[in-house]
Design a protein around this ligand. Structure first.
Ligand SMILES: Nc1ncnc2c1ncn2[C@@H]1O[C@H](COP(=O)(O)OP(=O)(O)OP(=O)(O)O)[C@@H](O)[C@H]1O
Length: 352
């Protein structure tokens, strides 16, 4: 699975969108694991990070800079907070788009305390001058503040206390190599397995005081697109349904009925995803068809189909992007319960 294909930017009202909406932001603080022991899944990352942090603690040193890459909602912010907590250090949170001028970064860096963790989300979206300032800050704990303009400009060196930068990005490939190389530890976060999401759901249900059985949690986990943020969001919607329509307890039947109302199917596809697949199968015999034609057929913008619907369909093995256009896979026909028409070209493509 190549997560770098996932350029999913999601409208907040989309129940299966991976970007945080307002309600997520309000409840996520309560659901965040507080230490590495509570953090579910990502075994390799956890094991490696545990070593890095323990070693730094044993030396009485500030932890090395850490780069976390992976799709939205997989736990990068959570991990940065855990790093600070495990180091007994305060944390400052900011993001690449918020730092447009080198001066913005200088102001933040010069106010850090010794050992503080600076979490820089979307680090790939920082401005170039700020990025260059960061190189020196990361390596030498020093920045040059430029005073004045033109030939009279002078660089005033400013010493910084040692700090740990935790950079997060959805696109590690977009980071310039000099920046990437300055991180002592780089971790790539994978999508979660359903069994791991099931544990996330049970943990969140406990914290939210919701009763849920194993099958109910499994049903929600299977529809959460490998993403804890989506699992927590679906859990909240299913809880609403369970409260209004039943006795508040979440079972498989309740989860199924609730997610039917919200039009999230057994595999986590929503109305938009299914609309794209249905058009591809029913109108174009499974393709190949050009992106623009497909977008017109579903009545959506080209970008919406390409950036919002397709990444997950590709990741799920339901749709392929080929040089000749978009093509449905045999799994797409099976998922929608349809059969490819004889001579549709699908048999040639997949040998069906
Ligand atoms: N491993 C995990 N175990 C339990 N809960 C998790 C885990 N990872 C993430 N979560 C939950 O998922 C939610 C989203 O996590 P988080 O905000 O850390 O994601 P993110 O990768 O930083 O997303 P973004 O890139 O959009 O900022 C949080 O509420 C958190 O509690």
């Amino acid at each position: 699975m190549n997560w770098d294909d996932t350029t999913e930017e999601t409208a907040p009202e989309r129940l299966v969108g991976s970007v945080a909406d307002r309600e997520d932001q309000a409840v996520e603080a309560a659901l965040r694991p507080k230490d590495l022991g509570e953090f579910i899944g990502q075994e390799k990352v956890r094991e490696q990070l545990d070593l890095v942090l323990r070693a730094a603690r044993a030396r009485g040193a500030t932890a090395d800079h850490v780069l976390l890459s992976g799709a939205p909602g997989l736990g990068k912010t959570t991990l940065s907070m855990i790093i600070a907590a495990e180091m007994g250090a305060p944390i400052r949170i900011t993001s690449g788009p918020a730092i447009q001028h080198a001066g913005d970064l200088a102001a933040i860096l010069s106010s850090l305390q010794e050992g503080e963790v600076l979490f820089l989300d979307e680090i790939h979206r920082m401005s170039r001058p700020a990025e260059e300032m960061l190189y020196m800050a990361m390596e030498d704990f020093r920045v040059d503040v430029i005073v004045g303009k033109g030939p009279g400009a002078t660089a005033i060196p400013l010493e910084l206390p040692p700090f740990t930068l935790v950079g997060a990005t959805t696109r590690a490939g977009l980071l310039p190599p000099p920046l990437r190389d300055r991180f002592g530890f780089t971790a790539h976060m994978e999508f979660y397995e359903p069994a791991e999401l099931q544990r996330v759901i049970h943990r969140s249900a406990d914290l939210l005081d919701v009763e849920i059985d194993t099958d109910g949690a499994a049903e929600i986990a299977g529809r959460s697109r490998g993403t804890p943020r989506i699992a927590n969001r679906l859990l909240r919607r299913v809880r609403d349904y369970a409260q209004v329509k039943a006795d508040g307890r979440i079972t498989r039947a309740i989860a199924e009925a609730a997610l039917k109302v919200y039009e999230v199917d057994g595999r986590g596809l929503d109305r938009l995803d299914r609309g794209v697949l249905e058009a591809l199968l029913k109108l174009f015999g499974g393709g190949p068809v050009g992106l623009s034609t497909l977008a017109v057929a579903v009545g959506e913008e080209r970008e919406t189909v390409e950036e919002v619907a397709e990444p997950f369909l590709v990741r799920e093995g339901l749709l392929a992007r080929t040089p000749r256009g978009r093509v449905a896979t045999p799994a797409a026909w099976a998922h929608l319960g349809l059969t490819p028409a004889q001579g549709s070209g699908q048999q040639d493509l997949f040998g069906a």
